[in-house]
Design a binder for this molecule. Structure first.
Ligand code: FA5
Length: 356
């Protein structure tokens, strides 16, 4: 054993020092190479390439140095580790500085491009969307009816049998309840059938169940029927439902409200005609036609609310009476805008839609 060092193998000590010396010199040259590569990087992709070469987590050159580091003896490792950490910190800091340098240069280039814009060239047209013609129609109807004191209300599109049929005096055997004429929903066995509402008259019932007369409401929304799509039919369409319940209401009030609505909506002179019809929930019932620009068009159904319906929601038919009407929104919009086929409203063809 050597008296000075306490080591049993002095020759091994000399070999370890050599290993450390070679590690330190390799760390130095790695640092120099990284500095050169980073300084030479003139854009983001060159810098990224250099980053992968030196700092890459899997096969970067610094990563390879960690293997050499772990090959040093326990005595040499602190000195080697210190040098390694310093080299890593230096290279990482150089990368951050280079990244900022390149980003700043790009911003400068960007400004140079902006400066180069020729303001005398024609600009690119900005395409701004607008409200769909059916939504425009719905808002217009609501606005016109509000002038007569009709409040806009909503109702659910998934309905139960009571609101879609029974409360409207459409009995269990009525053909309007046929599964082929409605979109019934799949429900758990033993629960009440539900359907997509086939008319907005459901909202009359929902409002009357909650409120007492006098009432003036209008409800616009989607309804669903398995009708084949053609120029005047669509399986999903919109209706506007109007309901007025006040003492002393007559068919004359119904006609004047519809006349006011038609001439405000279509503009100019409009004639309104009633044709006898039948709806289970109105008595008498009529089909409403409107003449505008020399053409008659069927707009919807209407009538005086049947006393049986008033009773079903707890109103006294001797004390109040009222009228209701239901018009097809697509049909009145088509008439207003001169559209020959209501399917055009749903084709989403911008060339058609941008005209409104
Ligand atoms: C009804 O739906 C009644 N609820 C209207 C009513 C309300 C009567 C209040 C009395 C009192 P009808 O099934 O006729 O009625 O439909 C009314 C209007 O909806 C039609 O005149 C038509 O304009 C429109 N319409 C009906 N089916 C379609 C369809 N498949 N596509 C587009 N519009 C339709």
């Amino acid at each position: 054993m050597s008296a000075e060092t306490g080591s049993t193998e002095p020759s091994e000590n000399a070999a370890v020092s050599d290993l450390l010396a070679s590690f330190l010199s390799e760390t130095d040259s790695l640092c120099t190479a990284a500095k050169t590569a980073i300084a030479a990087a003139s854009d983001g992709s060159m810098l990224e390439k250099a980053r992968i070469e030196f700092l890459g987590a899997r096969s970067g050159r610094l990563k390879a140095m960690t293997q050499l580091l772990s090959g040093l003896t326990a005595v040499d490792r602190p000195a080697g580790g210190k040098q390694f950490n310093e080299a890593k910190a230096t290279i990482t800091a150089l990368f951050s500085a280079a990244r900022e340098r390149i980003a700043a240069a790009q911003t400068k280039d960007g400004l140079a491009v902006v400066d180069a814009i020729d303001v005398t060239l024609p600009g690119e047209r900005v395409r701004i969307g607008h409200v769909h013609p059916l939504t425009q129609t719905i808002r217009r109807v609501q606005e016109i009816m509000s002038r007569l004191g009709f409040e806009s209300v909503d109702g659910p599109e998934v309905e139960d049998q009571w609101h879609n049929f029974e409360a409207l005096a459409i009995g269990a055997e009525h053909p309007a309840r046929d599964p082929l004429d409605n979109f019934y929903l799949a429900v758990a066995q033993g629960t009440e059938p539900l359907l997509l509402r086939s008319q907005t008259s459901t909202v009359q019932i929902r409002v009357m169940e909650k409120r007492r007369p006098p009432l003036r409401i209008v409800s616009l929304g989607r309804v669903y029927r398995p009708d084949t799509a053609d120029a005047t039919h669509y399986p999903m369409f919109h209706q506007v439902e109007g309901l007025l319940i006040e003492p002393g209401t007559t068919m004359a009030h119904l006609k004047s409200v519809l006349h006011f609505f038609a001439s405000s909506f279509l503009g100019g002179d409009v004639r309104v005609r009633f044709r006898p019809s039948f709806f289970p929930f109105t008595e008498p019932s009529v089909e409403v036609d409107m003449e505008w620009d020399g053409r008659w068009i069927e707009m919807g159904g209407a009538g005086m609310v049947d006393p049986a319906v008033l009773e079903s929601v707890g109103y006294d038919p001797d004390a109040v009476s009222g009228f209701a009407f239901g018009l097809g929104v697509e049909r009145i919009a088509a008439r207003r805008y001169g559209v020959a086929d209501i399917r055009d409203f749903y084709r989403n063809d911008v060339r058609f839609l941008e005209q409104f």
